[in-house]
Design a protein around this ligand. Sequence first.
Ligand SMILES: C[S@@+](CC[C@H](N)C(=O)[O-])C[C@H]1O[C@@H](n2cnc3c(N)ncnc32)[C@H](O)[C@@H]1O
Ligand SMILES: [Zn+2]
Length: 262
Amino acid sequence: MGTDIGDSTVFACPHCTMPLHLSQHEARCENNHLFDRSRHGYINLVVGGRLAATTTSGDTAESLRSRREFFATGSYAPIASALADALREIPGAVLDVGCGEGYYLTHISATEKYGIDISKKAVEMASKLLPDAHFAVASAFRLPIVDHSCAAVYSVFAPHSFEEYARVLKPGGTWATVTPGPFHLQQMRPKRDKSIDEREERRSEPPTQAQHAERIQFELELSPSSANNLFYMTPLAWQTAADASPTAQVSVDVWVSSGTSF
Ligand SMILES: C[S@@+](CC[C@H](N)C(=O)[O-])C[C@H]1O[C@@H](n2cnc3c(N)ncnc32)[C@H](O)[C@@H]1O
Ligand SMILES: [Zn+2]
């Protein structure tokens, strides 16, 4: 917990972009910008230490608890292993953008693991799950990461920026995304008219930047509590109309996309 990794060549000062030196209780750049480390070892690299009123504060404790319980059933293990296959053995630092409570990082093989999320509670849970990895509260659109410092970067059902991916990846580095396919969790989605469905379908394609895209599709038969957990860990619970609801039978349909540098 809270290991001293000396001069981090990955985390960067959000004020001046210089590399951060991490010691047990703090992180500091050579311009003396200082950030406290929590007792679980993560740092808050949101500029000013707090989020602008317009910014989402990310996932809540309740949805993170649902996600942790759902992952424990192993239902999403095929997604985690397809992601691990796309990234293979990583010879250096891997960064999980929008890491949530840390599940996917536990499946990735890399010499150094980093994660960022805008939700402080997510980062706290991930730090406890992976004491040897390094976590920061930060925005996916302004990664506090040194240019060309990562051997791999990925994001699972979370906001990400391909400009930021290109900036943080080493030459020859690998990126990956996991994004919903057209039938993902369709039984739990609200009923909509055809034109919205067609728009959704276009949005459910792999990113145009992908050099490889593998479609993973399988059916889940869930217990009532797992169905509830799945529903409450997704945006379905708050984003959609009242006719969306947890169901026992669910289709999983995702794209695991990847590519090499840019
Ligand atoms: C649907 S969850 C996925 C979490 C994790 N990747 C997983 O699949 O278990 C989306 C995550 O993105 C985070 N998030 C939302 N907006 C963000 C942003 N602008 N920057 C970084 N993380 C963000 C949320 O806090 C949440 O943990
Ligand atoms: Zn600085």
